[in-house]
Design a protein around this ligand. Sequence first.
Ligand code: NAG
Ligand code: NAG
Ligand code: NAG
Length: 389
Amino acid sequence: MRVLIITCVFIFGFFSPCLCQRLNLVTTNNNIFNVMEYGARGDGKTDDSNAFLSAWKSTCAAEGSATLVIPANQIFLVTNLLFNGACKATSIHIQLQGKIVAPPKEAWKDASYWISMQYINGLTIDGTNSGAIDGYGSTWWPCESCSRPTALSFHSCNDLSVNNLSITNSPGAHISINGCNGATFSNVIVNSPSTSPNTDGFDISASNNILIEDSTIQAGDDCIAINGGSSYINVTRVACGPGHGISIGSLGKGSSYETVEEVHVKNCSFTDTTNGARIKTFPGGSGYARKITFEQIQLTNVKNAIIIDQHYGTIVEAVSAVQVSDVTYYGFYGTAVGDLAVNLDCMNCFNIVLDQIYIVPSQPKSQLQIVCKNFHGTIFSTIPRVSCN
Ligand SMILES: *[C@@H]1O[C@H](CO)[C@@H](O)[C@H](O)[C@H]1NC(C)=O
Ligand SMILES: *[C@@H]1O[C@H](CO)[C@@H](O)[C@H](O)[C@H]1NC(C)=O
Ligand SMILES: *[C@@H]1O[C@H](CO)[C@@H](O)[C@H](O)[C@H]1NC(C)=O
């Protein structure tokens, strides 16, 4: 075949630009790997994991850029999908048009992970229009003490891009990002009930240069948790709720040293969440959470709209705490429920700035409370009035 093509190019190449284009098409097609061609059934009943893994192997080993196709109008049942690098392909595109579903809890043998991608550079996952992942979490949630798998985990993935994807009903956290540098998530929909335990939307740890934008997160735990070792994390135009808000931490557990810096949350909304903009640290820890901004925040029925909790999980005092500094809350508008609209429970806080805060109770006549402890910072214009001195 190849000899024939080369001969054809040699003979006709000069005369036929059309032929050259067709040959280009052939080369490109060679780098498209469709799970159906690797034996996937897509009937929602047969375990298609092995077909996915074989298709992945070919995709990863291809030259140049390669595409893995998971076609539309099919339901793929899979367990323990590990897409491992390093890949020969320099960029990989996963076209997720069909739906990937997990089996019920009883059918899992090893539930330590579900869909896991690691050591891959230049990966794009595009779920445009129909791509969806459903973790059958309802079979797991009654067992709160079970170790429940994360739906989609990225470990050591650089230059990652995930677009137009819907992830629902994860047994545990929906998306975890660990040890990654450079990742953009756009138009991602996370959806699980508010009562589902520990179903964080995004869990970010030890990662840098991460952007989550234009996304909707409904979950039973933090919409986004930004954990130790993370920096340059932007969250823009994200609608959070129900859920537990957007959290830095928790940091400093078990007297650990942890750091988070340069987190910018902008033009986001919180609806029916148990927290809004939250920073949580354990007494006894060390390190820092610094250079953090929350701005243009819309609130609807939010508890603890602004919260720094340096006594996370305990009321005991300790000699040390993670230092929280250079944090700005600017432009919070909307309604709150519960007592504490602003809770600044500090042990080690510096240069905390509040400005343009306008929070009113959801129910008329109720009063919003403010707590300040060990606060060091500046408070400009706020309703309710916050006075920390
Ligand atoms: C998401 O899908 C829409 C079409 O539904 C498309 O216009 C848009 O470019 C996609 N976004 C990304 C980042 O691929
Ligand atoms: C992240 O936000 C900061 C502050 O708003 C901005 O300077 C920076 O350009 C943003 N980065 C990305 C990748 O969006
Ligand atoms: C915030 O984002 C919304 C879309 O989510 C957009 O309509 C609005 O203009 C943005 N506001 C600002 C001030 O950028």
